[in-house]
Ligand binder design. Structure first.
Ligand SMILES: Nc1ncnc2c1ncn2[C@@H]1O[C@H](COP(=O)(O)OP(=O)(O)OP(=O)(O)O)[C@@H](O)[C@H]1O
Ligand SMILES: [Mg+2]
Length: 309
């Protein structure tokens, strides 16, 4: 069941189309990675979904609340972490959270604020002004702010950008925890390793939605899977024998290895190995070539640029 449904969502700023006819569904409990180059429309999309700005056309429904409906009720079901966390520098961490908690129908603000200060490791620093916090601490405070009213859906716009590796890892762990509690997370990021680690599915946007799938499916779709075969005795006879197989798309030889592109990798492995052995090849090892999300992403963005969509 979808907890987020986006219907023909578009946003124009004057002549600039920031988001063009976006349609997507996010399932309850899913972490969706929202990727795209600078200016692709990620923040604009999140701001529309969170009811901060109005779309030019289209709408979304989030946990039963429509973006063109009662915005207060929409805000009750979502939590938002923006690119630049809005906190009052001159208020203490605790005062900040109590202040923002006042906007929601929260029963027991004090224990709720304590819960999230502790969860974010800020309890000891609760009496310090937010303005004196490091970037990572501010980010954790902003995340606490986004969670105070226990929203079912969280929008995180580049939650780890500008954080040191340790602070970024802490935020990622937090995202994993929230996801394991069954919350739905819509996460924009430029960190592709992060997206691959955290997200069940990946959406790539460049004004229009380019793809939306699991990273595994994207890998299969963008790279006909390759197998690496390490040989003791590579020869032209072996290469030609492999090339003749109808399920082989391409063969390349490199440092005593054959890199073979197959149409259906799992199915074709045994026959491929048999053919090499029959042709006199002595196999030292067989492994699948790994492609990271980064390669897929770059390929996709490049292809899309060339096609000039
Ligand atoms: N308030 C605004 N007024 C005019 N143009 C805007 C406004 N907000 C965004 N845009 C334009 O909309 C496009 C999309 O911007 P957006 O901030 O959504 O991109 P993004 O994908 O979040 O990029 P980044 O990765 O840099 O954060 C850009 O061309 C931007 O200049
Ligand atoms: Mg942005």
């Amino acid at each position: 069941m979808s907890i987020i449904s986006v219907h023909n969502l578009s946003k124009k700023f004057g002549d600039i189309t920031a988001v063009d006819d976006l349609n997507l569904e996010v399932k309850k409990g899913e972490v969706l990675g929202f990727l795209g180059p600078n200016g692709a429309g990620k923040t604009t999309t999140i701001r529309m979904l969170a009811g901060i700005i109005a779309p030019t056309s289209g709408y979304a429904e989030i946990a039963g609340q429509r973006t063109d409906g009662n915005i207060e009720r929409l805000h009750e079901v979502i939590g938002l972490l923006t690119e630049t966390p809005a906190l009052y520098d001159r208020l203490t961490a605790e005062r900040n959270l109590k202040y923002f908690a006042g906007f929601y129908p929260i029963v027991g603000i004090t224990p709720q604020v304590e819960k999230y200060l502790r969860l974010m490791g800020l309890w000891e620093r609760r009496k310090n002004r937010a303005g004196t916090f490091s970037k990572g601490m501010k980010q954790r405070l902003a995340l606490a702010r986004a969670l105070l009213h226990e929203p079912q859906v969280l929008f995180l716009d580049e939650p780890t950008s500008g954080l040191d590796p340790e602070a970024a890892q802490e935020v990622r762990e937090m995202v994993k925890n929230l996801s394991s509690q069954g919350r739905t997370i819509f996460l924009s990021t430029h960190n592709l390793t992060e997206a691959e680690q955290l997200c069940h599915r990946i959406a790539v946007i460049r004004t229009k939605l380019l793809v939306l799938d699991t990273s595994e499916n994207l890998r299969n779709r963008f790279f006909r899977q390759e197998v690496n075969i390490r040989l003791e005795n590579p020869s032209i006879t072996i290469i030609n024998a492999v090339k003749r197989l109808d399920f082989v798309d391409d063969v390349e030889e490199k440092d005593n290895r054959l890199i073979v592109r197959l149409t259906e990798p799992d199915k074709n492995h045994p026959e491929l190995v048999k053919e090499i052995v029959d042709a006199g090849g002595r196999i030292l090892g067989v492994s699948e070539a790994e492609h990271h999300l980064e390669e897929i992403y770059l390929k996709l963005i490049r292809e899309e640029k060339e096609n000039g969509i």
